[in-house]
Design a protein around this ligand. Structure first.
Ligand SMILES: Nc1ncnc2c1ncn2[C@@H]1O[C@H](COP(=O)(O)OP(=O)(O)OP(=O)(O)O)[C@@H](O)[C@H]1O
Ligand SMILES: [Mg+2]
Length: 427
């Protein structure tokens, strides 16, 4: 099947060489059993590729099972993928087939594969290497003939570096790599996509089509689209419905586009969007930004209230991790306090401890005060995180998948957080 027919069949819009190349590779490898790893930024269109591969292969009459690895709770993922024996854990009243057994003869798509727990990665590696797996609670290996296509928007080599992804599994999974281009890498497709999404919307709601002014067209093409086609689709649909003036002006379009420079949305962080950042890092990097300011303020206040004028203080007070017990005297009340070492990476001591520092000059830092300050920060960090999650859930009327996507975290994480923060899910 040629590339144009594939696009037509799967509803893929675009004509850029990078997109065509990705589709071409999928078509070329479809009829082999090689594992394929589909890479690309969030919203770039990765989900078409496992379908193309399955449909163009001789496995097409057998099952195609798509699994979002980030959405399955860690406690049940092994059993969902590989099945379990009766009685293998408390709730296992019946034996259960796993997806790898169900997909025998077909294709399994492991979406968000970087979210797999390490123990599950071991099981997956075994299937890929030997075609055998063990049901949870069983020691009898079972055979299965499954083609695996995996996808992720995270930087797997970085995940390997920090010990969250097995290197041997990575090499097994990416016998073939398909790189799905971001919208920035194919600006020539932007207008085409906009027209398609806008026309579909106006036809669906029986409203007149929305035309693009030349300035709006230029803005559309030069915007960096950090959320890729997904973001373009959402915005095209929104403005097609909302705009009264049926020729879209650049001003009207601008109102609908998040301001890249001022936005603190996780998706705008760093080069290449979320690539390489874990769910937690993404959310927390936003919060840490705010926290840093608070730290600096706290230090300044502490120094001022101690009558200590910040002199030639190096940025990092005591090198972290050093055991330090220095009895210091409060000049005002005479109590003795113990200076406790800062946590690694949390240097918060206002003065350096070098030879020149006499005990009396050391500002009174009370261990409890430090702890209390820490706790308060932790609490406010949690509060912010909880409120961000609540807002996203509210926006999507309790739809966890969409809320998680907006926050740039996995579905599993949002489930866990809802439970942890006891977020009320009744809408
Ligand atoms: N070339 C395209 N033509 C038409 N629609 C597209 C194209 N690329 C993506 N889309 C649409 O954009 C949306 C996002 O695509 P998809 O779900 O495949 O993203 P993804 O790469 O899997 O992102 P994530 O990493 O966040 O899961 C879908 O609605 C999809 O149909
Ligand atoms: Mg996806």
């Amino acid at each position: 099947m040629d590339i144009q027919s594939i696009k037509q069949r799967f509803g893929i819009i675009g004509n850029s060489p990078l997109l065509n190349r990705a589709i071409d590779i999928a078509a070329q490898v479809a009829n082999t059993d090689l594992s394929v790893l589909v890479l690309g930024e969030s919203g770039a269109g990765k989900e078409f590729f496992p379908k193309i591969i399955h449909e163009l292969s001789s496995r097409k009459h057998n099952s195609y099972v798509a699994i979002n690895c980030g959405a399955i709770p860690e406690g049940t993922i092994d059993s969902e993928l590989f099945g379990h024996e009766k009685g293998s854990f408390t709730d296992a009243r019946e034996a259960r087939k796993g997806y790898f057994e169900e997909a025998n003869g077909g294709t399994i798509f492991l979406d968000e594969v970087a979210e797999l727990p390490l123990s599950t990665q071991v099981r997956l590696l075994r299937v890929l290497e030997t075609g055998e797996f063990l049901k949870v609670g069983s020691s009898k290996p079972q055979k299965t003939n499954v083609r695996v296509v995996a996808a992720t928007n995270v930087n797997v080599p970085e995940q390997i570096q920090v010990g969250r992804f097995r290197e041997d599994l990575y090499y097994r999974l990416n016998a073939i790599t398909i790189q799905v281009p971001s919208l920035r890498q194919r600006p020539e497709d932007i207008e085409l996509l906009f027209r398609k999404f806008s026309t579909e919307t106006s036809e669906k709601y029986h409203i007149p089509p929305l035309l693009l002014s030349e300035e709006a067209r230029q803005l559309l093409v030069s915007y960096p689209w950090p959320g890729n086609v997904r973001q373009l689709k959402n915005i095209s649909e929104q403005i097609t419905i909302i705009e009264k003036d049926r020729t879209l002006s650049a001003e009207a379009l601008k109102r609908s586009l998040p301001d890249i420079n001022n936005s603190r949305l996780p998706v705008f962080l760093g080069k290449g969007g979320q690539a390489g950042m874990s769910e937690r890092e993404i959310l927390y990097s936003v919060l840490f930004d705010m926290q840093k300011d608070i730290h600096q303020l706290q230090e300044a206040v502490a120094q001022l209230s101690n009558g200590n004028i910040p002199a030639s203080r190096p940025a990092s007070g005591i090198p972290s991790g050093i055991e330090t017990e220095i009895p210091a005297r409060f000049p005002d009340n005479g109590n003795t306090y113990t200076l406790i070492p800062a946590e690694r990476g949390h240097e918060r001591f206002p003065i350096p401890l070098n030879e020149g520092n006499k005990a009396a000059n050391i500002p009174p830092i009370h261990a409890e005060v430090i702890k209390a300050a820490n706790m308060e920060e932790d609490l406010s960090l949690e509060k912010k995180e909880k409120s961000l999650i609540e807002k996203a859930l509210h926006k999507y009327h309790g739809n966890r998948r969409k809320a998680a996507a907006e926050l740039g975290i996995s579905e599993r994480t949002i489930y866990r957080k809802i439970k942890e923060y006891e977020i009320d899910m009744e809408e």
